[in-house]
Ligand binder design. Structure first.
Ligand SMILES: Nc1ncnc2c1ncn2[C@@H]1O[C@H](COP(=O)(O)OP(=O)(O)OP(=O)(O)O)[C@@H](O)[C@H]1O
Ligand SMILES: [Mg+2]
Length: 266
């Protein structure tokens, strides 16, 4: 395992990008979406990725999560170099080591909540660890909704199913692209609380793209992108601190919600 000393302690790196660049198109239509980004995501840490629209947040997440190819540089998940993997091996790595939560919940409408939660493991032919699954389901308060189909659940409940699905296989790292983007403030606060608890109590590693300084304040650390570059990072962020930071960037007006970092609605 790769280890890096941080403030006197040694932490394991769950994922790392080194000099990562991603260029779309050619010639006049060329867009440098990522420009030599180096960043690491440490195990059992909750990281938020922030930056103005078009700054490369989704691109960074997709490249590090093995969902998209990159132009140069390297990406590692644990000890595995993604650039060295063939399609089949990459698919397997994504399935076995990575959990995803998207803005659109991406649940299968014909399956029950429980079937949705265990689907990735069923596809992989892996049996869920019953005790772990119970812990996860209890954490997201879905025990009495397991036989419901997505259409019978609220948006917040559907996203809780998606969170449980991401956690069910105990992946090395969970990526979320604006996982609370489609939720009202209360449901958003709940989902963020679950993600934070999964890091604090279960030792999960979570990387989340967000526009919302309040959501970012749930994280242990915020990294800021602007124009495809990593420009700064903030530890133990507060929503005020993140807001102040974002005001420096043109087009960086953040979207705020009315819930605070304790998950209370105001
Ligand atoms: N498939 C694509 N083809 C060409 N350009 C692209 C493509 N996908 C993204 N881009 C460009 O790459 C840059 C980074 O896009 P990205 O989606 O990563 O931004 P983002 O920070 O996630 O923005 P948002 O906050 O709006 O979701 C943008 O300039 C975008 O227009
Ligand atoms: Mg995006």
């Amino acid at each position: 395992m790769t280890t890096t000393p941080v403030a006197g302690r040694t932490t394991t790196v769950a994922a790392r990008a080194t000099d990562l660049s991603k260029i779309y198109g050619q010639g006049e239509t060329q867009v440098v979406a990522l420009d030599r980004v180096s960043v690491e995501f440490r195990q059992a840490e909750f990281t938020a990725i922030m930056g103005p629209s078009g700054s490369g947040k989704s691109t960074l997440m997709h490249c590090v999560a093995g969902l998209d190819s990159f132009s140069s540089g390297s990406v590692r998940i644990g000890e595995t170099e993604l650039g060295s993997l063939k399609d089949k091996a990459l698919t397997k790595l994504r399935r076995d080591k990575i959990g995803f939560i998207f803005q659109a919940f991406n649940l299968l409408p014909t399956l029950t909540a429980l079937e949705n939660i265990t689907l990735p493991m069923d596809i992989a032919g892996r049996k869920p660890d019953k005790q772990w699954l119970d812990t996860v389901i209890r954490m997201v308060s879905l025990a009495d909704r397991l036989s419901h189909r997505p259409s019978q659940l609220s948006g917040g409940q559907q996203q809780r199913v998606a969170v449980a699905r991401a956690l069910a296989s105990r992946p090395d790292i969970i990526f979320g692209d604006e996982p609370t983007g489609n939720l009202d403030s209360r449901s958003g606060a709940e989902v963020l609380g679950f993600l934070r608890n999964s890091v604090r109590e279960l030792g999960q590693t979570v990387v989340m793209v967000t526009h919302d300084p309040v959501a970012a304040a749930y994280a242990d650390r915020v990294v800021f992108l602007a124009d495809g570059r990593l420009v700064d990072e903030l530890y133990q962020p507060t929503s005020e601190g993140v807001l102040d930071f974002m005001r420096q960037f043109p087009g960086g007006n953040p979207q705020t919600t009315e819930f605070d970092a304790k998950g209370r609605t105001s």
